[in-house]
Design a protein around this ligand. Structure first.
Ligand SMILES: NC(=O)c1ccc[n+]([C@@H]2O[C@H](COP(=O)([O-])OP(=O)(O)OC[C@H]3O[C@@H](n4cnc5c(N)ncnc54)[C@H](OP(=O)(O)O)[C@@H]3O)[C@@H](O)[C@H]2O)c1
Length: 233
């Protein structure tokens, strides 16, 4: 039977590469789309039967609820959720020398609260799924133990909060048969990562596909990089 996956922020960057990878492996992909972009529309032409685009703003409760209703109208169960959507709104200067910090709340809202909104609304579908897997795309920037930065407060704080969210969800959902992961995808050549980054997002997507399709036990480390190597909280 075809496996189903919902990916947020799938219109570009890692989210797009994940959608392409899972489609090419035979999954039915529900692709959360924030802004309409041609690339994702073109992917529908390649995978007309198995790609469904779902409008989604993870910062808007009504949008998240509507997206969950839309998906529930098309499938009884969801096997995997990947919370990938995020923003990076920091300027190049240390924020304490910056002006207003106007982007702080937006960053926390999208990156930390967005995944919780989505998980909450999609949980009934995931409960009926076979894999029962939630992947939160985190970052090494969320590690307190290995923090080296002297700026990027909001982004790093949002990913540290996402890590805590992942751990609490793990505690809550593991007894119900779920696996919850917080995955650092590597430094990728996307709009967020910039042109000098190490990885093509397709390489990261291939690693994350391997993580999704392997077996997990409740005692395994859950904060890992895209190759499955444990990260320090
Ligand atoms: N790039 C890196 O080196 C790197 C490193 C570590 C972790 N990460 C993490 O990896 C994930 C993917 O990053 P990326 O590099 O692919 O970033 P990206 O190219 O900037 O893509 C981010 C995606 O999130 C979407 N998005 C933004 N705000 C949204 C909202 N309110 N609701 C729904 N979707 C929204 C964007 O939609 P629009 O295009 O329509 O705005 C886009 O599809 C993120 O969680 C990021 O924090 C990235």
């Amino acid at each position: 039977m075809t496996e189903t996956i919902f990916i947020t922020g799938a219109d570009k960057g890692l989210g797009f590469s994940l959608a392409e990878k899972f489609l090419s492996e035979g999954y039915h992909v529900f692709a959360g789309q924030y802004i309409t972009r041609e690339r994702l529309q073109l992917l529908v032409e390649r995978f007309p039967q198995t790609l469904t685009i779902v409008p989604l703003d993870v910062s808007d409760e009504a949008s998240v609820s509507q997206a969950a209703r839309t998906v529930a109208g098309l499938t009884d169960a969801l096997d995997v959720l990947i919370n990938n959507a995020a923003v990076y709104l920091e300027g190049a200067r240390p924020v304490l020398e910056d002006d207003t910090g106007a982007h702080w709340l937006r960053t926390l809202d999208v990156n930390a609260l967005g995944p919780l909104r989505v998980t909450r609304r999609f949980l009934p579908l995931l409960e009926r799924g076979r894999r029962k897997l939630i992947v939160n795309i985190s970052s090494e920037a969320g590690s307190i133990a290995d923090c080296w930065r002297d700026r990027e407060y909001a982004y790093c704080m949002s990913k540290a909060a996402l890590n805590m969210q992942s751990r609490i969800l793990h505690n809550y959902l593991t007894p119900r048969g779920f696996t919850v992961l917080a995955v650092h995808p590597g430094w990728m050549r996307t709009d967020m990562g910039g042109p000098d980054a190490d990885l093509d997002p397709a390489e990261s997507a291939a690693g994350i596909f391997a993580l999704v399709t392997r077996d997990w036990s409740p005692d395994d480390p859950i904060y890992v990089d895209y190759q499955g190597r444990p990260m320090r909280w």
